[in-house]
Design a protein around this ligand. Sequence first.
Ligand code: SAM
Length: 212
Amino acid sequence: MYETERKELVEILRSKGISNQRVLDAFLKVERHLFVPDIMKQHAYKDVALPIGLGQTISQPYTVAYMTQEIDPQPKQKILEIGTGSGYQAAILYELGGRVFSIERHNDLYNSAMKMFDKLNLKIAARCSDGTIGWDEFSPYDGIIVTAGGPTVPINLKKQLSVGGRLVIPVGDKQVQTLQIITKISEDEFQTNEVPYFAFVPLIGKEGWKEK
Ligand code: SAM
């Protein structure tokens, strides 16, 4: 279903500068319409963020592709995602062969993402908790993707990254963020590149924004 729409979306992503063919192939394969509410299905292959309930969104495909391309997960690498949401980003990472760990703070979103992972037989480890403190048990991770914007980079996420690994996280105020692409050079050395003008929902937690 929606094969033509997926091909068209991939062409849009390519025209916007996504060049990693493995990433584009994952977008051809993973069915985004399964991760959006029924009334949104006809918009599933537009390059826009869509509401998934509880004031949260499934990110814009371009943003998912951009962040995935920056991490460039290789088969069997351990990838941690903060902000499972619909589960779509996690499914893309899994399609690329990653061993995916994902954390969501909203119980309802966590439950429906888990159901979809089960239905699609995706072996993704997920839990419902505050992702700003990471998931120490399975660290270090080759890549960490944070899909919500925080005021600073959580220290635990930097700690739980392997040397040579990459952390991609939007940092800024609640309206607009800069995407920080952080490479761990050694245990205490990091190199950061910044890409401006992203807009994510807030990262709420111990090392994020405080809930009102
Ligand atoms: N990756 C998601 C997808 O593919 O649908 C995008 C989800 S949305 C842009 C960001 C998610 O981060 C929301 O579901 C929100 O509840 C979650 N979130 C915010 N702060 C969090 C935290 N501290 N720990 C875990 N999840 C968090």
